[in-house]
Design a protein around this ligand. Sequence first.
Ligand SMILES: [Zn+2]
Length: 199
Amino acid sequence: MKFSLQFLFHCVKIINMWNITSVVRKGFYMEQVLLLNSDEEPLHLTSWRRALVLLLKGKAECVEKIENIENYIKIDNTLIPKVIILKDYRAIPHTELPYSRENIFKRDEYTCQYCGKHLPGNELTLDHVYPKSRLGPDTWENIVACCKECNQYKADRTPKEAGMKLLRRPSRPLDGKLFELTKNSSKNIEYWIKYYKTA
Ligand SMILES: [Zn+2]
């Protein structure tokens, strides 16, 4: 791509001038870059250092013009693109979004699905809507975030038996990749989302 030479100059500069302590101190080690497959499908977020390696090895290119500063992360005096694209297509096997405690909490926005209380993860529990003791399955559709009080009160009953009402019907997130992106707390999510919408 026509911007890569100019970018390479910046990359070389950062390797020469790299002051790791300053990078760590400023929190840049956390900065991430969105990696697109060669067909522009978003793959995942990667560290800026990994992105730099892909660019230097010629395996990836910048996507956006370097003149537009908002398209880049500034690390010390160097610009790292917020999005890079692989030159060669990488076949990725389709994987289902894993069911996990963290993912359930994120889907339910850290909110008890019975009383609506918003809580940190360590104060939430997982509730089997149809009770586990009655062979309720471990699935996206049967598990919700629940505060300790509601979980204790509901116990081994269905919501109907307990006279409780779910805020919404639990389901698997429709777009697993977008879900993975938005559960990341990076400040660049708003910037990256457009690549998912056009995918
Ligand atoms: Zn509750």
